[in-house]
Design a protein around this ligand. Structure first.
Ligand SMILES: [Zn+2]
Length: 82
């Protein structure tokens, strides 16, 4: 007999993250190639880096992404209205 309660699975999820890796979902789309992600289980935030690596989402990277997003949107807008 399995006896799983929500409290139990929450406790286990923290261990699962360090064992099997995080369960990231896209929280915001910066460009076609760069997204921000958040782990559904532990709440860790990361972003795609310029080199294609996953980087930890810090205040600095958030600022860079915000600049990049507004630049990208302007560019997309100009292309679509042309
Ligand atoms: Zn996680």
């Amino acid at each position: 007999m399995k006896n799983f309660t929500p409290t139990h699975s929450l406790l286990i999820s923290g261990i699962l993250c360090s064992t099997f890796g995080h369960n990231f979902t896209v929280t915001s789309k910066i460009t076609n190639h760069i997204n921000e992600y958040k782990c559904k289980k532990c709440g860790k935030e990361v972003t795609d880096g310029f080199s294609g690596n996953i980087e930890l989402l810090t205040f600095k990277t958030k600022k860079v992404n915000a600049c990049l997003a507004s630049f990208f949107q302007k560019k997309m807008h100009r292309v679509s209205t042309h």
